[in-house]
Design a protein around this ligand. Structure first.
Ligand SMILES: NC(=O)c1ccc[n+]([C@@H]2O[C@H](COP(=O)([O-])OP(=O)(O)OC[C@H]3O[C@@H](n4cnc5c(N)ncnc54)[C@H](OP(=O)(O)O)[C@@H]3O)[C@@H](O)[C@H]2O)c1
Length: 260
């Protein structure tokens, strides 16, 4: 299948590790120039070097916090200048916040809303002038199944992701007139470093591999996803072959959610 991605230009937030890194790699393999960002510069530069070594594409990496609007504006403008425009924005940066209503820290909750809802808004505002110029513009929001399925141990996550899903849908309607396709990918459980913090909350005594088995017991496919399985879907949604998909919210969870 020709995905029509050769020579396209993308920004992937949170591209230093986990799902974002896998998406950046898959896009670069398909011929896309990719700009990545994360707060931690060391891991970001290691990932950027890996992407340059393993692909032939132009890779741009900038350390920043996506909740700081000025930094986002600067990063996206620099990426667009480096690549001569932008076609794809993947809003992926984020980390899980555990806790029930009575446990969750209010400041941490506000911070989560900043990262998961307002940071994508900043990125989209900054990227919009460039996306309007593209003939294959795409916005892909990495959300979570917890936005669709009440998840009591993640009340902040669950609430904030539901807002993100609402935003994804309304935005797709607003931007359709520019031909900009806006879609949400909602992963279930995916192997990544994000689990280091959640395991501390749920089962501090368990080894990570054992914990992956524990969380997979209600998943029909019986396992946790690999990050590159999420990247494959993101790459398809970025492609020209996904030209009639917008406003969609696609679960990728091994069958974990049971709603119809
Ligand atoms: N793994 C799962 O099971 C799962 C399930 C559903 C949804 N998701 C979602 O998928 C996305 C990626 O998760 P992941 O599992 O790949 O996590 P991860 O391995 O912890 O990677 C998260 C990435 O986001 C960056 N990041 C976090 N906060 C940031 C900020 N304020 N500014 C800039 N960069 C920031 C991190 O780098 P720094 O820490 O250096 O900033 C890192 O590059 C998240 O939005 C997450 O909520 C994950």
């Amino acid at each position: 299948m020709d995905l029509g991605l050769q020579g396209r230009r993308a920004v992937v937030t949170g591209g230093s590790k986990g799902i974002g890194k896998a998406i950046a790699y898959e896009l670069a393999l398909e011929g896309v120039d990719v700009a990545i960002c994360a707060r931690g510069n060391t891991e970001l530069q290691v990932t950027a070097s890996m992407l340059r070594d393993k692909t032939t594409r132009n890779i741009f990496a900038n350390a920043l916090d996506v909740t700081v609007k000025g930094s986002v504006d600067e990063f996206i403008a620099k990426a667009a200048q480096e690549f001569g425009g932008l076609d794809i924005l993947v809003n992926n940066a984020g980390s899980p916040v555990t806790g029930t209503f009575e446990e969750v820290d209010l400041d941490r909750w506000r911070q989560d809303l900043d990262v998961k809802l307002f940071a994508p808004i900043y990125c989209i505002q900054a990227a919009l002038p460039y996306l309007k110029e593209s003939d294959q513009p795409r916005i892909i929001n990495i959300n979570s199944i917890v936005g669709r399925q009440s998840t009591p141990d993640y009340i902040a996550n669950s609430t904030d992701r539901a807002a993100c899903l609402g935003f994804n849908k309304v935005l797709s309607d607003n931007l359709a007139k520019y031909g900009i396709l806006v879609n949400s990918i909602n992963p279930g459980n995916v192997k990544s470093e994000a689990w280091d913090s959640t395991i501390e909350y749920f089962a501090p005594e368990e080894e990570l591999e054992q914990w992956y088995k524990t969380v997979s017991k209600d998943t029909p496919l019986g396992r946790v996803a690999e990050a590159d399985e999420i990247a494959a879907l993101a790459t398809f949604l970025a492609s020209k072959r996904a030209g009639y998909i917008t406003g969609a919210s696609i679960d990728i969870d091994g069958g974990l959610t049971r709603y119809i």
